[in-house]
Design a protein around this ligand. Structure first.
Ligand code: ZN
Length: 423
């Protein structure tokens, strides 16, 4: 297996929740010599290499050898969250001899993809002392069973209809529901006393690991390709970056809550990134007007999944824009700014892509279908910085198990690395 494929499989497997994705990124950064700065501490002065964490978001930076008002920021953004089923605040429910877990649906899930899968549990607990241990249960303790076809006569004429209020509630074994049983299990998995648990953020994941598929081993089937493939590529590129070659301060921001609109303290709609960048400038002896001068010379690269042309639904795609798995990094454009890319930003991306020596594809959405969006337009709006949306082509976006090409992941990492060095 290609080492990049093996590494991305390791990272996705290690990251069933946004909190785990942040932990995974932090471990790779630490191994590359980045040190954590607590957001409530002062940022160390001088050119620096570091990262800061808030819940499901992480921001990392690497300065060139000298930093001044002429040093822009080149910001690579991606998101740590994926659509999934999350544990409700009063979780222990049941019906008809089954223990079950109350859920909330998070983001735009393809609900059918969660049926009949072996599910584990992950996230974090919040204890009485304020600590927040991560939780991970990879045993298949949960499952959303599909209704038998003999009991769903309309499925042939109307297709599968799923009511998220009732049809997606996982079973958690047999018997009567017991108040506290789920959190007791989570506390035991985390190795903490359940009596100390005051709150939690928990969610389900498919316990099946990522798989390389196809006779030529050129496809990757996995949960959370959107968008942990981009998280992986961004962190791998930053860990490999050389300050002597940087054309700007290299920044990676992995935000949470993209799948629900990014409006949160840890989402791309929040102030976390701009506040931290201003603190980085101040720590380098740069005042606010000079910091805004730095921003004026900055660029954002928003890395997120792109829709490949689906062989079974080719008519849903524009024929003049075929997008192929392993066909190269996809630049995404939308005249209505659902993607932030304009000609200026695309020009920058193409210089990075040429420098990286990889292929490019360009995506636009059909005019009669609603286009999705991503962190690109939100970050561009907050910062006032030209932004390009690009990423890895995939099928089944928002499925519990998506599909992408193995070669495209290394290509994306190469392009993100080049975005920090091109003129
Ligand atoms: Zn995404």
């Amino acid at each position: 297996m290609h080492p990049v494929t093996a590494a991305v499989i390791d990272d996705i497997t290690a990251s069933p929740s946004p909190y785990h994705a942040v932990q995974t990124a932090a471990a790779r950064l630490q191994a590359a010599g980045f040190t954590e700065v607590d957001l409530t501490d002062a940022v160390p002065s001088g050119p620096s290499r570091g990262y800061a964490v808030l819940d499901g978001a992480i921001i990392a930076w690497l300065d060139p050898e000298t930093v001044g008002p002429d040093t822009g920021f080149r910001i690579v953004g991606a998101h740590t969250d994926s659509p999934n089923l999350r544990v409700g605040a009063h979780p222990d429910v049941g019906s008809d001899g089954f223990r079950q877990v109350a859920i909330e649906v998070y983001g735009g899930v393809l609900a059918n993809s969660w049926l009949d899968r072996d599910l584990g549990l992950s996230g974090r607990l919040v204890l009485a002392d304020g600590s927040m241990p991560l939780v991970r249960i990879d045993e298949p303790w949960f499952r959303v069973p599909q209704l038998a076809i003999h009991l769903d006569r309309e499925i042939r004429s109307d297709g599968l209809k799923l009511d998220p209020a009732t049809h997606l509630t996982p079973v958690f074994g047999l018997g009567e529901p017991t108040e506290g049983a789920l959190i007791d299990a989570a506390a035991e998995a985390a190795g903490v006393d359940a009596a100390e648990v005051r709150a939690w953020d928990l969610m389900f994941h498919d316990v099946q690991p990522p798989t390389v598929v196809g006779p030529d081993a050129d496809l990757l089937a996995s949960a959370r390709i959107d968008n942990q493939v981009s998280c992986f590529a961004a962190i791998a590129a930053l860990a490999a970056a050389d300050p002597a070659e940087l054309a700007a301060t290299a920044v990676v921001v992995l935000s949470d809550h993209e799948e629900v609109g990014s409006a949160s303290a840890t989402g791309a709609g929040g102030a976390l990134l701009e506040h931290l960048m201003e603190r980085l400038s101040a720590a380098a002896g740069i005042d606010r007007p000079a910091h805004l001068q730095r921003l004026a010379g900055s660029v954002v690269v928003s890395a997120d999944g792109a829709h490949a042309t689906h062989p079974n639904y080719a008519a849903r795609h524009r024929p003049e824009h075929p997008i192929r798995l392993n066909g190269g990094v996809v630049i995404k454009r939308n005249a209505n700014q659902r993607y932030a890319t304009d000609g200026r930003a695309e020009g920058f991306a193409r210089r990075a892509i040429e420098t990286a020596g990889v292929d490019a594809q360009i995506y636009i959405h059909r005019n009669d279908l609603p286009c999705g969006s991503t962190i690109g337009p939100i970050t561009a709006t907050r910062l006032g910085v030209p932004t390009v949306d690009l990423g890895v082509a995939q099928l089944g976006m928002h499925s519990a198990r998506e599909l992408c090409g193995t070669d495209d992941i290394a290509d994306l990492a190469a392009v993100l690395g080049a975005a920090w060095t091109v003129d």
